[in-house]
Design a protein around this ligand. Sequence first.
Ligand code: NDP
Length: 401
Amino acid sequence: MSKVLIIGAGGVGRVVTMKCAMNPGTFSEIMLASRTKSKCDEIAAAVKKEVGYQKISTAAVDAENVPQLVELIKAFGPKMVIHVALPYQDLTIMDACLEAGVHYLDTANYEPKDEAKFEYSWQWAYQDRFKDAGLTATLGCGFDPGVTSIFTARADKHHFDEIHYLDIVDCNGGDHGKAFATNFNPEINIREITQNGRYWENGKWVETEPFEIKKELDYPNIGVRDSYVLYHEELESLVKNYPTIKRARFWMTFGQEYLTHLRVIQNIGMAGIEPVMHKGQEIIPLEFLKTVLPDPGSLGDNYVGETSIGCRIRGIKDGKERTYYIWNNCSHQAAFDETGAQGVSYTTGVPAMLGAKMMLEGKWTGAGVFNVEEFNPDPFLEELGEQGLPWEERFDVDLEV
Ligand code: NDP
């Protein structure tokens, strides 16, 4: 029974908070803190009414201000912090956790605000400090990164002697009825997908133009969708932790309509992250775009269809080549009915809660900074289905990739 501090009251924060409240045996008391307290209050009210969990409080915090964070953590006294605000705040929250002596978990690796670049080096640099403090920092415990990394760990532990080819496939087969919207924070999402593509092959990174490599892939219960290779952060830790991997790629589906909007946004400069002057005031185009785009948290109402995210793996077991596909499908509507949030927030928030549960129950332990594939995948995957994300696996299938 432990107190937990959740930071970030967006779509993912909503799901994490609801799901922690649904597991009161582990999470005995919750504080939800974010920049805008009214958003925390709205979620807390829903938790009290819909889940019937009363031991929840809220606070305003600037997660880029370490002294403020430390004061809040010390006053509330949680065992750990679940960080589901934005990747810009990873380092300040890690600093605050070290100073206050609590464990840390997040779902996305650090990004500096002024550079559209994400990599683990900044957070891996905290290894010795967390080790010396006897604290655990768990990185990337959403769906991708997160469950996809844990799926890979399962494949390695139970089904392969050597993994050679890893293709992570992420399909959103849902329809929210809007002309253009992103499924999580638009600023972070657009920075991610407009970067050059990158994949690992024969010991080095291969760069591509954005959306240069495309394939039609067939997703369970959804069908064939245009899928594109893009760079995704879990590739960096997976190729380090599984050195037998010869090639690792990440595929994501995009519809033509989405890509057309994205192209226009880029062509007219609205995806820019450099400040521009507007009526005597400095604004960042991408931040302004976020203000006018639909709030991802509001998409749930009419969202139909499913997400399907998994790993397609080829490698060797007992001297023979084998293929393996492991995935989860998640219905946007079912996610919304349960938590008031759409499937992308749900598939991120459930693993974040479950990773925290593993840490608090002593199933994932260790002092230092860990990517999720470094922990035992078994207890996590045993419980993932009953927590809302059932998964399936098939052997010796056509991987298409
Ligand atoms: P939202 O933009 O909906 O929510 C972010 C929340 O963080 C908002 O409540 C925002 O406050 C708050 N916030 C922003 N800056 C600060 C700050 N300085 N101090 C305190 N709070 C702050 O994002 P999502 O819920 O969609 O995503 C949350 C995280 O999950 C992101 O890091 C995203 O990258 C990650 N993610 C991970 C995925 C995975 O599978 N691993 C998939 C999808 C998302 P305010 O309301 O005031 O703006």
